[in-house]
Write a new protein. Structure first.
Length: 367
């Protein structure tokens, strides 16, 4: 595959010097910014993630900051999740929908104060939508992209590494909560969250001047823990059923189709722009939904385009992410499957780029 040419339009991050020194082998582009995808190999990175601890440059998860008297009102307009009971210091996974109920993003909302929020976004230009809503409704709120870049610490030894840098109190952070911790005189938000099923933290690094000092401190503290630079891992992500916006869901899909109905309080999320559309969806139910699939045969090729799911010669869905799992010794996949064929155990065929594969729909994902 051809290389990506560097330019100012593809932004470096505050951690890029460290990523390059660690021997990054591949990138993708995410929110107009570099996101590492491979260091040793996808398989080696996968095994290490499950055994030790990794430091991930996920600065590409940009923040959309809402600040002002109408910040909370605007945040509720964006999502069908009821945020009225959300207190400062909490992180909520929030589907963001348009007026049709289609998914625009699936970020983490970080409530810093009643009048100040960060939306830690997946790959889309969500800030343009947020600004349009705020201006259209004449809300008293400032919207900006602050100089805040997440650094993820993931893996079974993440607690030990973080305690060495931030103190033992970091171990007490509960899942999807955050606390403020000091690093070299700077107060940083540290959340127990991350884009893996191995456990860990995300540090919201506020200010580019402190990015590399923190990166270096983590590697110095974790030498005996076998700390390495890492990145979101395709194999582990699919095993865990962690959806990727733009891959596994788009604005053509509702939260219910994506299996995110549990994050929709459509009856009580008063003010949400897509509420009326989602009320209809909730009443009628989805006609297709995300499912785990297991594909027969040898390791599948890279899934860089939609693979049709077929049954009796008719299209009944699509696979959007797939990989061979060394731990489970099978091909694992995420697909969107019609209700006629989404039951566990249903046998289908998947038209991959190297030919047709037999497949079966699973009840659950692997992790």
């Amino acid at each position: 595959m051809a290389l990506i040419s560097p330019s100012r339009r593809v932004r470096r991050t505050m951690f890029s010097d460290g990523v390059e020194a660690a021997g990054v082998k591949a990138y993708t582009v995410y929110n107009h910014m570099l996101l590492p995808t491979v260091f040793e190999s996808v398989q080696d990175d996968y095994h290490h993630l499950k055994e030790a601890v990794q430091v991930w440059d996920v600065a590409c998860e940009r923040q959309v900051e809402l600040r002002g008297p109408d910040a909370a009102r605007l945040m509720q307009m964006l999502t069908p999740r009821d945020l009225r009971g959300m207190l400062p210091g909490r992180c909520f996974y929030v589907p963001i929908v348009d007026e049709t109920g289609g998914m625009l993003n699936d970020p983490v909302a970080v409530k810093l104060a009643e009048d100040r929020w960060w939306i830690s976004i997946a790959d889309s230009d969500l800030m343009l939508w947020v600004k349009g809503i705020a201006n259209g409704y004449r809300l008293d709120v400032l919207i900006d992209e602050p100089d805040v870049s997440p650094l993820a610490i993931q893996g079974p030894k993440a607690d030990d590494l973080m305690a060495r840098v931030f103190g033992d109190a970091v171990r007490d952070i509960r899942f999807f909560r955050f606390g403020m911790f000091d690093f070299q005189g700077r107060s940083l938000a540290v959340a127990r969250s991350g884009y893996s099923k191995q456990g860990g933290f995300e540090i919201y690094v506020d200010g580019a001047d402190i990015g590399m000092p923190l990166w270096n401190a983590l590697f110095e503290a974790g030498r005996d823990l076998d700390v390495r630079a890492g990145c979101p891992n395709l194999i582990e992500r699919v095993e865990g059923g962690l959806l990727s916006y733009g891959n596994d869901m788009t604005d053509d899909n509702t939260p219910h189709e994506c299996g995110l109905g549990r994050f929709c309080d459509t009856q009580t999320a008063i003010g949400c722009i897509g509420r009326d559309a989602l009320l209809r969806v909730a009443k009628e139910g989805p006609t297709k939904q995300v499912r785990a699939l297991e594909l027969d045969g040898g390791p599948v090729p890279p899934c860089d385009r939609v693979w049709d799911i077929e049954a009796n010669g008719k299209r009944v869905g699509q696979v959007t992410s797939a990989a061979y799992s060394p731990d489970f010794k099978t091909n694992v996949a995420i697909g969107m499957v019609r209700m006629t064929h989404w039951d566990s155990g249903t046998e289908v065929q998947v038209r991959t780029t190297d030919g047709m594969r037999d497949a079966v729909v699973r009840e659950d994902f692997w992790l």
